[in-house]
Design a protein around this ligand. Structure first.
Ligand code: SF4
Length: 164
């Protein structure tokens, strides 16, 4: 049987209006918030705050190095440990809630979905995933950004539904 059903969705907290971004702001997205109005359960997640970074904090970007991808702040501090801690918490939230879908903030070094800034702080994008987004994908969570909410509803309406 196929058809729409309500689902639990992990969501970048800044998309829900939480002021958790590095600059103390938010990125509230009505298309994402309105998913609650049609019955979905939105579970806020901010890997940077939950991983131990303060609000505000210096902006970070992902830099490819001989030691792998590192999260480096604009003033040269390696913050990879906090990003990895946030990613572990994201995975724990997915597993404890049973959420199999996440809507994450585009381009973020934690949450970016397929495109991130390249580590030069010049506004240049490259292909890649934020550290938490990649960790969620590794455990089988379907991860999209806020610009692809329509794809989520299309998938939800056509996927197989468990019949109890
Ligand atoms: Fe938003 Fe993710 Fe950055 Fe937190 S880590 S402010 S949820 S983009």
């Amino acid at each position: 049987m196929k058809g729409w059903q309500s689902v639990d969705i992990l969501v970048s907290a800044c998309l829900l209006g939480h002021s958790c971004r590095y600059d103390g702001g938010s990125k509230r997205c009505e298309a994402v918030c309105s998913l609650a109005d049609v019955g979905h359960t939105l579970i806020p997640l901010c890997p940077e705050v939950e991983g131990g970074l303060t609000v505000p904090h210096a902006p970070c970007e992902l830099r490819k190095t001989p030691d792998g991808v590192r999260a480096i702040s604009i003033d040269g501090i390696d913050c990879t440990a906090q990003y990895e801690a946030g990613a572990r918490i994201a995975v724990e939230k997915a597993q404890s809630s049973g959420a199999r879908v996440a809507i994450l903030k585009s381009k973020s070094p934690s949450c970016g979905c397929g495109t991130v800034f390249d580590g030069t702080f010049s506004g240049t994008l490259r292909e890649g995933w934020g550290i938490a987004a990649a960790a969620l994908r590794d455990v089988g969570v379907r991860v999209i950004d806020e610009n692809h909410v329509a794809n989520l509803e299309e998938w939800n309406a056509t996927r197989d539904v468990d019949v109890q």
